[in-house]
Design a protein around this ligand. Structure first.
Ligand code: CO
Length: 288
């Protein structure tokens, strides 16, 4: 089995979005810095309410999925379908924009730490215009798997393979997405190791949000610092170590679409014509 190597590092850049929410953007900071089907990864983390309190007021999306995963804090989601979701620490929200959704995400706390991620995953051309859908995942629905040798994994989407025997893997609450995403949050104590088989044809990256990682195996191990997206080479498995002190990271993998990507802000389609249509539809109240 080939162990995936660290192939490319995408450093996150400080930016702001919504009503001035300060965040770090790694994937998606430029059109060339995506990893099919992953379009964007934002990490927001602040102790200062001024950095996040105005949140993300009402805005549209078309053509892809947004996944919000909260580490700390409390956010309220509302959309045109009438969904009202309370996103708590450790919870997730999986939203399929499809042909169109208009939503807002507003922090519900006046103080304390707000920390989490928003990931954008592309939809295949044939699903870009499907009806919008929304799923709230409560923290207690996300399985926690302990790693032999120390550490734990929360499985949000896809399945974690069983370690070294014929036991069934552990499935996360999000299943049935056509790009077959794996989305796990891994915490390792100092010196611990995490290894996981991955489908050879799937693109994958790791994103440490605390501590530093060693990515790869044997003499191919390369260091990856916190707040950097580490894009992995092809291969059948991933291996990651907590190098100096404890570490926490996201591992994301999915089947690439290999379709043209044309993005204009919150609309991601396959052609300029489809983008112009999305803008017109939004302006004339026909997005949904
Ligand atoms: Co949004």
């Amino acid at each position: 089995m080939t162990t995936r190597k660290l192939q490319q590092v995408i450093r996150s850049l400080p930016t702001s979005d919504g009503a001035g929410v300060k965040l770090r953007r790694s994937l998606g900071q430029a059109p060339g810095l995506r990893l099919d089907p992953f379009l964007m990864l934002d990490e927001f983390s602040s102790e200062n309410a001024d950095d996040y309190i105005a949140g993300f007021p009402e805005h549209p999306h078309r053509g892809f999925e947004t996944v919000t995963y909260m580490l700390d804090g409390h956010m309220l989601h509302q959309d045109h379908l009438g969904n009202r979701g309370d996103l708590r620490s450790g919870g997730a929200q999986w939203m399929t924009a499809g042909r169109g959704i208009i939503h807002s995400e507003i922090p519900q706390q006046q103080s304390g730490r707000m920390r989490g991620f928003q990931l954008w995953i592309n939809l295949p051309a044939r699903e870009k215009m499907k009806p919008a859908a929304y799923r709230d995942v409560q923290p207690e629905e996300i399985p926690l798997v302990t790693i032999a040798g120390g550490g734990a994994v929360r499985v949000i989407a896809g399945a974690l393979a069983a370690a070294g025997d014929s036991q069934e893997g552990v499935r996360g609450p999000i299943q049935g997405i056509s790009t077959e995403p794996l989305f796990v949050d891994v915490r390792l104590p100092a010196g611990a190791r995490f290894a996981q088989p991955l489908p050879a044809g799937h693109n994958a990256f790791v994103y440490p949000y605390e501590g530093q990682l060693g990515v790869g195996a044997g003499d191919q191990i390369r260091a990856l610092a916190a707040h950097e997206a580490g894009v992995l080479s092809g291969g059948e498995r991933v291996e990651v170590r907590a190098e100096d002190g404890a570490a926490a990271f996201l591992l994301l993998a999915a089947r690439p679409l290999r379709e043209p990507v044309v993005q204009y802000g919150p609309f991601v389609m396959n052609s300029r014509d489809e983008i112009e249509q999305a803008i017109l539809d939004y302006q004339h109240g026909r997005l949904l």
